[in-house]
Ligand binder design. Sequence first.
Ligand code: GPP
Ligand code: MG
Length: 286
Amino acid sequence: MSTTNPGTDVLRSAYQKSVAAYWNNNPNDDRVNLRLGDVDGLYHHHYGVGDYDPSVLEGPQDTRDERIITELHRLETAQADLLLNHLGQITFDDQVLDAGSGRGAVSFMANHRFGCRVDGVTISKYQVGFANSQARHRGISDRVSFHFRNMLDTGFETGSRRGVWTDETTMYVDLFDLFAEFSRLLKFGGRYVCVTGCSDDLTGRSEAVRTIDEHYTCNIHPRSDYFKALAANNLVPITVIDLTALTIPYWELRANSSLATGIEEPFLTAYREGSFHYLLIAANRI
Ligand code: GPP
Ligand code: MG
């Protein structure tokens, strides 16, 4: 049964209200994600992995941007595919949760791949509306739905989920609170997959990491916090992949495009100096 009335008290602190305001402002200030999403209708809110095709930088100048946009989008979709590769055996009858679902792209990819029922939660009403209209447009509203709920207290039934993921959303919340909720939601043997950026424990929070936090109104956690919070909540890391080297080409290409937002150099600096890591963690609920 629900632990709360999920429709009320979704935004519980001044900080959560400021995060919601940031994402609700996206229709007015989104230089990159709508252009990339228009390529094929999957609107991502995460970064990319893998090498880019260098030929996109060559060729006619008037179609250069178009080639780069298509390539950046391909790398972002590859990141989501990689995340879903680690979700384990998911069937049509399973229910999964997209925690911090953005405009819904990873939920749609999961449903397309597994046929499973997907719920996405986000504290941005704008994102809920955008993603639900996408689900309607795709004719899958009965299988994929998005809710204005807080991922720290989703209200979904205990033990109802075979899989849960967060794709670059954990930097907005306390990890102990978050993983307690995921542990509650997951069945025994269920899988949690996290893709995140985290700070290096030895260097501490660098200037570049602080700049990224300011840009997105987030609070990047140290790498060690993930493992402490997982262990405290019966979630056992089964796969850990450092994706840092795999994501650098994405940032190099993005820095080279007219869509660059200014955050590219801090990401490249942080990754190259070793103060920041891009990580995939898959954990089993025991
Ligand atoms: C991706 O969103 C970024 C975040 C959700 C927050 C920060 C992530 C870290 C790994 C630190 P986006 O796709 O909306 O960003 P952008 O508009 O820059 O592409
Ligand atoms: Mg983006």
